[in-house]
Design a protein around this ligand. Structure first.
Ligand code: ADP
Ligand code: MG
Length: 135
């Protein structure tokens, strides 16, 4: 079993797409190990996306992620990381394959509905960021 972190981002949350995305998570064979609704502070968003600190979109991204409620989920499945990235599609919704979550619900490269971890190690690190004791 592998772990990945999924986030239903503020755009998808505001549009009322959380339920459909959670149904999809279950129908794709993921087990939801942890789930919570949070409104991230700017600081929490900055910490989560620290790897992107030098990118030009870092401030826009962390403003967006702290702009409203998200649903954060720690998911388990075989090949959870690559499977979840396949289900969500490319970062830019216009480039995401038909039927992927970003193609269905994303608006643009920034407001792209969902997050997915990019490696098994990061799946665990990111899940711990939101779900270890005290967080
Ligand atoms: P992914 O979420 O597909 O792993 P990245 O790790 O490259 O993509 O980027 C993290 C998040 O930063 C993206 O999901 C998106 O919300 C935002 N982002 C990435 N590239 C851009 C960009 N060029 N302009 C604005 N936001 C971006
Ligand atoms: Mg990424």
């Amino acid at each position: 079993m592998e772990t990945t972190l999924a986030i239903i981002k503020p755009d998808a949350y505001k549009d009322g797409n959380s339920g459909k995305i959670i149904d999809r998570i279950i129908s794709e064979g993921f087990v939801i190990k942890e789930m919570k609704q949070i409104h991230m502070t700017k600081k929490i968003a900055e910490g989560f996306y620290e790897v992107h600190i030098d990118r030009p979109f870092y401030d826009e991204l962390t403003d967006f992620m702290s702009s409203g409620n998200c649903v954060v989920l720690s998911l388990e499945r075989d090949n959870a990381v690559s499977k979840w990235r396949e289900v969500i599609g490319a970062t830019n919704p216009e480039e995401a394959s038909d039927g992927t979550i970003r193609a269905l619900y994303g608006k643009n490269t920034g407001n792209n509905a969902v997050h997915g971890s990019d490696s098994p190690d990061n799946g665990i690190i990111e899940s711990d960021y939101f779900f270890s004791e005290g967080n």
